[in-house]
Design a binder for this molecule. Structure first.
Ligand code: NAD
Length: 497
């Protein structure tokens, strides 16, 4: 059954006509009174509006976070863990409504929002509630009369800036470890997808002590920039494009604050000859791994957007991959049968269409897809066919992040050749390796320059596995205990007895 769209009878979500910033526990209009339209990519229509904030709004949010910091940073881990668990429970109890909101605002298929984005966000809060309780300081004996105590202290007020591809999940990735570590946060959602984050904040507002979490909405240069440059911010956590990440690093340098950057990718997905050896189930699984390029319409930082197929299985692999890609159901994101929904914005749609032209222009073979699609009844929406190009790794469609349902396929001759091609990229975020040969899998997983390598699986994001980039995909880690440390200072106290 297709979920009713917002505004239609029976829809679980009712967006307000207008949202405000969340500052010091209250909903606060923007100081300059300006707002931005929020457009659904499902039908291309405006469905609500949010503040277009300026420095003055950032100032209010940073001040509110500082006001809350002395109390929050001195709460016990037990209290903070209890809050995170209550947030997780609230989120879990309202998953369907939030999934519909997320799908409507971002264009992602409801089946993915319900099965991945929301459950992962819930688990993220639970995970950091658990690891927080298990984290202990340490004590070293320096000499018979001197000991060093090590304490993990909160950093302070942190700026968190997120993109539009996984609005709720990335808000959870940012907020859970920051709060667990005892920091207060000022979060800036992407201007394309603020509403689902605001619904989430609305849902948990009464659980949060005033000022511990603040949300300012607006455009990158007008809101994100003054936030990241604010002299009272103690850390910047950023997820977005590599170009913006370079700017963020410059801002961080102004105030000498730590920064973690989760940036773009062009992830290789490598298929060794034995995927078609004799095990049909494994071959099917590998082909499913290939079509993961269309998950979330390809708007995933780890999208397996470069497929490297061994030359000996090239024809058979592509036959099966093409058949499976053509069977992906594109349509209304709120239809549970839909596998490929709408691209998140008109701008993103245009970017993808331009790369379809670039691919054709540089002589890549267009094997399937390659066109914009119109969905009946949703003609204003932003839909693109899942597309496969075959070509060479030096082409732009192999080197540049398209962030759409487009995969560029090339062949390789042996494991060393595959590693060479995989590493011939400025990015190093994710990678996939498909083989039953354990030695080859191990060698490749170690040799590929990427922060996350999936072997015989892809697109799994459990809270307890570290995630982050090599090279221009950024640095620092999210998810995993490592992240807690990114939100803490370590103090050593040396005592001579
Ligand atoms: P973007 O860099 O354009 O924007 C991200 C956020 O930064 C938005 O909130 C935006 O308003 C803000 N911003 C833009 N300019 C700014 C500035 N000058 N100062 C401060 N803030 C500014 O990225 P996007 O288009 O929203 O997202 C897509 C990108 O995000 C892709 O490159 C994708 O790979 C990347 N991404 C990375 C990860 C990861 O974990 N590595 C996860 C998701 C998305």
């Amino acid at each position: 059954m297709v979920y009713a769209h917002p505004g239609q009878p029976g829809c679980p979500v009712r967006f307000r006509p207008q949202y405000e910033n969340f500052v010091g526990g209250k909903w606060v209009p923007p100081v300059e009174g300006r707002y931005l339209d929020d457009v659904s990519p499902v039908d291309g229509r405006v469905f609500t509006r949010v503040p277009r904030s300026s420095l003055a709004d950032v100032e209010l949010a940073v001040t509110a976070a500082h006001d809350a910091l002395p109390v929050w940073s001195s709460t016990s881990p037990v209290e903070r863990a209890r809050l995170l668990l209550r947030i997780a429970d609230r989120l879990e109890s309202d998953m369907e409504r939030l999934a519909v909101a997320e799908s409507w605002e971002n264009g992602k298929p409801i089946r993915e929002a319900l099965s991945a984005d929301l459950p992962l966000a819930v688990d993220h809060f639970r995970y950091f509630a658990s690891v927080l309780r298990a984290q202990e300081g340490s004590l070293s004996q320096l000499d018979p009369d001197t000991v060093a105590y090590h304490f993990h202290e909160p950093i302070g007020v942190v700026a968190q800036i997120i993109p539009w591809n996984f609005p709720l999940l990335l808000a959870a990735w940012k907020l859970a470890p920051a709060l667990a570590a005892g920091n207060c946060a000022v979060l800036k959602p992407a201007e394309q997808t603020p509403a689902s984050v605001l619904l989430f904040i609305e849902l948990i507002a009464d659980l949060l002590p005033d000022g511990v979490v603040n949300v300012v909405n607006g455009l990158g240069p007008e809101t994100g920039r003054p936030l990241a440059l604010h002299p009272r911010i103690a850390k910047i956590a950023f997820t977005g494009e590599t170009g913006t990440g370079q700017e963020i690093m410059r801002y961080a340098a102004e105030n000498v604050v730590p920064v973690t950057l989760e940036l773009g990718g062009k992830s290789p997905n490598v298929f060794l000859p034995d995927v078609f050896a004799d095990d049909d189930e494994f071959a099917d699984k590998a082909v499913e791994g290939f079509v993961m390029f269309a998950l979330n319409q390809g708007e995933v930082c780890t999208c397996p957007s470069r497929a490297l197929v061994h030359e000996s299985i090239w024809d058979e692999f592509l036959d099966r991959a093409l058949e499976r890609t053509r069977s992906l159901v594109l349509g209304d994101p709120l239809d549970p049968a839909t596998m490929v929904g709408a691209q998140a914005s008109a701008e993103q749609l245009q970017k993808i269409l331009s790369y379809l032209e670039i691919g054709r222009g540089e002589g890549a073979d267009l094997l399937t897809g390659g066109e914009q699609r119109s969905v009946p009844g949703l003609e204003g929406g932003y839909y693109v066919e899942p597309t496969i190009f075959a070509g060479r790794n030096d082409m732009r469609i192999f080197q540049e992040e398209i962030f759409g349902p487009v995969v560029s396929v090339t062949s390789f001759s042996d494991v060393d050749d595959a590693v060479r091609i995989a590493n011939d990229s400025r990015y190093g975020l994710g990678a996939g390796v498909w083989t039953r040969d354990g030695t080859a899998a191990y060698r490749m997983a170690r040799a590929i320059q990427a922060g996350r390598v999936w072997v015989n699986c892809y697109h799994a994001y459990p809270a307890h596995a570290a995630f982050g980039g090599y090279k221009q995909s950024g640095f620092g880690r999210e998810t995993h205990l490592d992240t807690l440390r990114h939100y803490q200072q370590t103090k050593s106290v040396l005592v001579s007895y």
